[in-house]
Design a protein around this ligand. Structure first.
Ligand code: SF4
Ligand code: SF4
Length: 296
């Protein structure tokens, strides 16, 4: 459990959880589709008076939505059709109507952006380094893997393993990569180039080289990798399903299934502490909250 002082420091994050922007984004989407607006900018410029929707009052709706303009951009496709860039199915693989498809796309975008900020507000006060360390003695896993792009891999001062054998397998393969007679995960932390690309492997009791042991903070916080920005509460409105990608007009359209869930990782101290608030946030966004353990 968090201390009273930590809970106080989490108040800015809790205020955001109690005031999700998605209901407002959906209302704005309806106004845009039914009103005389050429683009979303024109609509937001008109939203200067307070509005209430889903029991939430938004004092300055246009300004509140401004940071989410690009996230909401798919709404414009319903008014000004463009060649498709993705294909969205219901969870049972049945086709869905265009509004449902676009609404789920916007919801995924808006929530991804909002939850990244809420995660940062809640993570800082916890003084926790779980996401930046390898498994401890009591955990089942032998190692944790942090996937990285080639550019992100350059941010880590670690030995590299990049050869034909590493590129032919993956960290999750049944037969582990053996280096000088021992499995890779029994060696010190390192960067590996696998079949799918780069990742950092944090073996048991190891720590990320960018973790500042004294402060418990990340030394490269502003430029930390994409995966380190992912919240422990994250939207699972759409699931990417490459097996259902479709060819259209000589191009491949990326496929997604609508899941309409919000996942929260139970290992995280603020998820445990604020389960009720997270559940209410998910419901206000019209989604089912799901709590699951990650690092068992
Ligand atoms: S790069 Fe920063 S945020 Fe990511 S694992 Fe390392 S210390 Fe943690
Ligand atoms: S588990 Fe939660 S509190 Fe701990 S470092 Fe990760 S996001 Fe932050």
């Amino acid at each position: 459990m968090l201390t009273p002082q930590q809970r106080t420091l989490c108040q800015p994050g809790l205020k955001r959880l109690a005031h999700p922007v998605l209901p407002l984004a959906r209302l704005a989407g309806m106004l845009f589709l039914t009103g005389p607006f050429a683009d979303l900018e024109s609509l937001l410029a008109e939203l200067t008076e307070p509005v209430e929707t889903a029991g939430i009052r938004y004092e300055q709706p246009g300004l509140e939505l401004l940071p989410y303009l690009e996230a909401m951009r798919p709404f414009e496709r319903l008014k000004h059709p463009r060649p498709p860039s993705r294909v969205i199915f219901a969870g049972d693989l049945q086709p869905v109507d265009p509004f449902t498809a676009i609404d789920s796309w916007v919801a995924q975008n808006v929530l991804t952006r909002e939850l990244e900020e809420i995660n940062s507000l809640l993570c800082g006060p916890c003084g926790c380094t779980l996401c930046c360390t390898g498994p401890d003695r009591g955990q089942q896993q032998e190692f944790f893997e942090i996937p990285l792009s080639a550019r992100e891999a350059a941010l880590f001062d670690l030995p590299r393993v990049d050869n034909d054998m590493s590129r032919a397998t993956s960290a999750a393969a049944d037969l582990p990569l053996i280096i000088t007679d021992i499995p890779f995960y029994q060696r010190p932390a390192a960067l590996y180039h696998w079949r799918q690309g780069w990742s950092m492997i944090l073996p048991r009791l190891s720590i990320c080289p960018n973790l500042d042991g004294a402060s418990g903070g990340c030394r490269i916080y502003p430029s930390r990798p994409e995966v380190c920005r992912r919240p422990q509460i994250f939207p699972y409105m759409l699931e990417r399903t490459p097996d259902h990608d479709r060819e259209f007009d000589g191009r491949m359209l990326t496929a997604f299934l609508i899941r309409n869930k919000m996942l929260a990782i139970w290992d995280c101290p603020y998820v445990k502490q604020f389960q009720t608030e997270i559940g209410v946030y998910a419901q206000m966004c019209g989604m089912e909250p799901v709590f699951k353990e990650n690092k068992a």
